[in-house]
Design a protein around this ligand. Sequence first.
Ligand code: NAP
Length: 245
Amino acid sequence: MKTALITGANKSIGFETARQLLRQGYYLYLGCRDIEKGREAVKLLQAENLNQVEPVEIDVDDINSIQAAREVVGNKTNVLDVLINNAGVSGSMPQAPLDTEISLFRHVFETNFFGVITVTQAFVDLLKESPEPRIVNVTSGLGSLTLHNDPEWHYYKVKPTVYVSSKAALNAYTIVLAYELRDTAFKVNAVDPGYTATDFNNHTGPGTIPEAAARVVKAATLGVDGLTGQFFSDDNAPDTGISPW
Ligand code: NAP
């Protein structure tokens, strides 16, 4: 049975991604910064007869919490097949580049960028034990630098500086990590779930959570012929599914 860890999985896209992987027979470590919320989320899944799941407390802003989670998971399994770095924050708005407090940049980068790196480094040894390890970094279409420079782009005027910078940095980490692991069985990709109605944006997005999660699941379950080092985005690239960085 394949195993997966998802951060920020107590609700929204992370939770639905867990549900869809459970339906495919994966064993799920449901990463949640509040273990009580994690237990509640597990109960919801079990009510659907999805039982191969347990909550793991992990606050990606806190290295001690990440290390404790690594120990918990390591006591249960020697192999992790899938890591989904989903936990993310937008930071308060507006985010004008000249007026936004540096403390907000630090806060958002802590979760969206440093958190991903710390979690990945903590769990990579378990992933290396898998014959087909997959790392999915949940990014945003707003992380594309190329498109931010294209006046024809649908979201050209949408430029929340802090969030954009954090996801662009995450994209940079993703492509370099994929390069580092290019001669291995790893597939390392960034996935834009699309603008989706969740708590993240006060439910303003046009996309649905199941659609968003399906995009993440697709990258998490890539076969041996699947691509690595890509920025998957159906929103940015409806034809190819691959966004410019
Ligand atoms: P959401 O509804 O706000 O859920 C975010 C999840 O991340 C929650 O489980 C939250 O936990 C968790 N989280 C936040 N900070 C954390 C931390 N320090 N440690 C551990 N968990 C933490 O957001 P979403 O819409 O599902 O977004 C999921 C991912 O998709 C994010 O990376 C986001 O940037 C990306 N994304 C979303 C959209 C969209 O339109 N929704 C578009 C593009 C990309 P709590 O419940 O404890 O707060």
